[in-house]
Ligand binder design. Structure first.
Ligand code: AHG
Ligand code: MN
Ligand code: MN
Ligand code: MN
Length: 335
């Protein structure tokens, strides 16, 4: 079969033998995420027609005003994974604590935990700009048959078994890795199936796009300020182009296809940066490395950071290898 006609469902089954553990559990989990993605996609596409725009009225653990679609997407992903008895635990950007899924069935032996940013780029919902979903999957480290503990969720990103995102854009795509490269699937809305459209996605080694919220410029560390000035200088292939959507998923997706660097540094208002290590940075870092890119906080590889809390934030520099290395050089020199 030519890859053009291969569905995500077929791809998952065909590649099952490359998984580190081949019980079929990870395949079922990926299939559940695929299903939830289609449900959320349907709702995102209706935004504006039905009453799902705007704030939900609550503030989440992150101190952010929850949007109705944040809440909806969170419920869909959690429900899909719990009802189908696929995982033993879930942590979400929108939930204060992790959820332990305890089956009454003594034989219940689920081994995976999922960490999720159900709706990424909330601030873009009301203005019809692309949003996304980010997921990260680990094998539990505590024994099966016992309730999951914090230890199962606070694993280094390098322990991820799979990670990916869905971008609800001009077309809807699901992009994921199980540690054997990155593949992208586009939803055919008429049929309701994802098709392999972007096999073996790779970051160009270098690029000409930099993505950063420059409104925070005065607040940035000197190394980042100097690197931004470097991007703007007229020399060699510079000045680079500035592109910032404000949805990490979309900014990352564009940079992976075209070549670029994404930065969310620390600042006095965000002393650890803004992005969440477990729901945003680690899955994107895993994808970046699998696509030949690089990710760090300026000094330390993102995937090597030992998480200490569920909603921990870290500075995040991610994208084309050579560009990230250059930014790191500025951080080392100027701090
Ligand atoms: P979320 O909508 O899941 O809370 O994530 C928002 C994140 C990320 O998507 C985006 O890149 C970044 O916040 C934008 O932040 P600024 O508006 O501060 O630039
Ligand atoms: Mn949020
Ligand atoms: Mn997010
Ligand atoms: Mn979110």
């Amino acid at each position: 079969m030519s890859t053009k006609h291969q569905t995500l469902g077929e791809f998952i089954i065909e590649n099952q033998s490359s998984f580190r553990y081949t019980s079929g559990e990870l395949s079922r989990l990926l299939n559940s995420l695929r299903l939830a993605a289609k449900v959320v996609n349907h709702e995102v596409n209706k935004a504006g027609l039905v009453d799902i725009l705007g704030a939900a009225g609550d503030v989440n653990i992150q101190g952010e005003n929850q949007q109705k679609l944040d809440v909806y997407a969170n419920e869909i992903f959690i429900q899909t994974l719990t009802k189908r008895n696929i995982v033993c635990g879930i942590a979400s950007e929108e939930e204060d604590d992790f959820i332990s899924i305890n089956s009454q069935d003594e034989k219940h032996q689920n081994k995976y935990v999922v960490l999720i940013d159900p709706l990424d780029g909330s601030s873009n919902i009301d203005v019809n700009v692309s949003v996304g979903t980010i997921f990260s999957i680990y094998r539990r480290v505590t024994p099966v048959g016992t309730p999951v503990t914090m230890e199962d969720f606070l694993q280094k990103g390098s322990e991820q078994v799979a990670a990916g995102y869905i971008v609800y854009g001009t077309s809807t795509m699901l992009v994921y890795t199980t540690g054997h490269g990155v593949n992208g699937f586009t939803l055919n809305p008429a049929i309701g199936s994802f098709y392999l459209s972007h096999p073996n996605m790779t970051f160009p080694e270098s690029g000409t796009i930099y993505s950063v919220n420059e409104g925070n410029y005065l607040d940035f560390p000197l190394g980042i300020k100097k690197y931004i000035k470097y991007c703007q200088e007229e020399a060699e292939d510079r000045p680079y182009t500035s592109r910032y959507i404000g949805s990490l998923v979309s900014d990352f997706h564009r940079n992976m296809i075209k070549g670029g660097i994404y930065m969310y540094p620390k600042g006095s208002r965000n002393p650890d940066g803004k992005l969440r290590l477990l729901y945003e940075c680690n899955p994107m870092a895993f994808l970046a490395e699998q696509a030949g890119g690089k990710s760090s906080d300026g000094y330390t590889r993102t995937l090597d950071v030992q998480p200490t809390s569920l909603h921990q934030r870290v500075p995040f520099i991610c994208g084309s290898k050579k560009m990230v290395e250059k930014a790191e050089q500025f951080m080392r020199e100027f701090g």
